[in-house]
Design a protein around this ligand. Structure first.
Ligand code: GDP
Length: 476
């Protein structure tokens, strides 16, 4: 039982070529059309930071998004933009200012609703969708759940403050996602603004803006004084044009949960960003472990609408319960089917939470109590310097509630003894630029040790941090 590289790529919404590259690095030269086995597939899925979700054949049919729409069915769709940057650099202000440029806001007469995303119509009639939860945490969390909804990132850098830690994090997250970036140099109304310095500092992080002879578009703005907003919008549209974003609007809808909550009076509501197809009132759907029937839809202007096409965010009423951000919504043929799939997923999720095999980070804490959580980990790396850097960084990300405990660290390939140690402590085993030898790999498979490979320390830390945070979050 296997899967072709291309199909796996489709399911993860990653590029086939990237999977081939990763496989090559793991010592498996294959093409996108070749079939790989289940274990290799799982390894890849984890390597790309996705969750493994074993599904029944019936479920796969609707869950994968693997079926590709024929070229002739595709129509242009609006770009989806996320704004990132350091705290206080003006993300929220910029989102508000951009929202204010909407040419239909006045005439529509609706009242602005914060549903987690909004659309504006530019002067030329083009539509842009903005996710209005700024910051890279949400972005990365969505991505970790396999929801790559962002087409373009706008990186906000305050011209008076320059590059700060979260700016650099945002750059790295954006690069990791392979999403094009536009730099908005904000607060240029201030006397202390030094946009040129920002451009120079960006070079140090391999972001070369146009003014420095590079490819990354940059624009000077003031969210406060509303300077440069039209230029920013033009640049977003230009970038979108290059991306040739398209989707098939004439099919059953699929979308992603942007945010969801239990609303007094209205019950469970979720903002869905439609990916493809057209979501209609009356549609029956499954979303994560929930199901439902679209009772009503409300857009970002507070208006009731009957239909929502690709790239459109809508608040959907009529859910059986509250799904999670990043969950996929799929329209299905009937209610029985919706309930069946939702129940199946819930069952799988419960199994996953209670299973004893430490197949992933997620399982590790389920058996532990909340008082003093320890996060055990084994680290192997190619050189002493990076191993030391990783260990000291890991120690620093401990918090009051959860503490990283490096069980073992060392230089060299991952050996059987490393695997045994990790298995015994139910710890993940991390290889930084190193791989297991054949015996160690077999042992790891048998004992279901979570093997993780990295070549960027930052990625390693972010993933561990994410897993730690995830374990502390209250169980739904
Ligand atoms: P966020 O934390 O990135 O969302 O930043 P905010 O949008 O909350 O802005 C942080 C502070 O910077 C607020 O006091 C804003 O009024 C201010 N601010 C935002 N944009 C500008 C700007 O273009 N010029 C000036 N002078 N201040 C700004």
């Amino acid at each position: 039982e296997g899967i072709t590289v291309q199909e796996l790529a489709n399911r993860m919404a990653e590029k086939g070529a990237d999977l081939v590259k990763a496989l090559f690095k793991m010592g498996m030269p294959v093409t996108v059309n070749q079939t790989i086995d289940q274990d290799t597939a799982e390894l890849l899925v984890e390597e790309f930071g996705h969750r493994i979700q074993r599904v029944s054949d019936a479920d796969v049919e609707i869950d994968t998004g693997a079926d590709v729409d024929a070229d002739e069915t595709l129509k242009p769709r609006a770009p989806v933009v996320t704004i990132m940057g350091h705290v206080d650099h003006g993300k929220t202000s910029l989102l508000d200012a951009l929202r204010g440029t909407d040419v239909v806001a006045g005439e529509a007469g609706g009242i602005t609703q914060h549903i987690g995303a909004y659309q504006i119509k530019a002067k030329g009639g083009e539509i842009i969708t903005f996710l209005d939860t700024p910051g890279h945490e949400a972005f990365t969390e969505m991505r970790a759940r396999g929801a790559n909804v962002t087409d373009i990132v706008v990186l906000v850098v305050a011209a008076n403050d320059g590059l700060m830690p979260q700016t650099i994090e945002a750059i790295n997250h954006t690069k990791a996602a392979g999403v094009p970036m536009i730099v908005a140099i904000n607060k240029i109304d201030l006397d202390t603004a030094n946009p040129q310095r920002v451009r120079e500092r960006l070079l140090e992080h391999e972001v070369m803006v146009e003014e420095m002879g590079g490819e990354v578009q940059d624009v000077e703005v003031s969210a406060l004084k509303k300077i440069g907003l039209d230029t920013l919008i033009e640049k977003i549209l230009l970038q979108a044009e290059l991306l040739e974003l398209k989707a098939n609007p004439d099919r059953t809808a699929e979308g992603r949960v942007i945010e969801a909550q239990l609303d007094k009076g209205r019950g469970a509501v979720a903002t869905i960003l439609v990916g493809r197809g057209t979501l209609k009132v009356g549609d029956i759907f499954v979303v994560g472990e929930q199901s439902g029937k679209v009772r009503a839809m409300v857009n970002d202007k507070g208006q009731n609408i009957k239909e929502a096409g690709p790239s459109m965010p809508v608040e959907v009423l009529g859910l059986s319960g509250v799904p999670m951000a990043g969950d996929q919504l799929s329209v299905v043929e009937n209610e029985a089917r919706a309930r069946e799939v939702a129940a199946y997923r819930a069952e799988q999720a419960t199994k996953k939470r209670t299973t004893s095999a430490p197949t992933s980070f997620e399982h590790m804490f389920s058996a532990l109590n909340t008082t003093q959580i320890e996060y055990p980990i084994v680290v192997k790396g190619d050189v002493q310097g990076s191993v030391e850097a990783i260990v000291s960084s890991l120690n620093r990300i401990s918090t009051d509630e959860i503490k990283v405990r490096v069980l073992h660290s060392g230089v060299g390939a991952i050996t059987e003894s490393d695997v045994t140690l990790a298995a015994a402590s139910r710890a993940p085993l991390i290889g930084f630029n190193v791989r297991p030898n054949a015996k160690a790999r077999q042992l790891a498979e048998r004992d279901k040790v979570s093997l993780r490979y990295y070549d960027v320390i930052y990625d390693l830390l972010e993933e561990v941090k994410g897993e730690m945070a995830g374990q502390l979050a209250p169980e739904r």
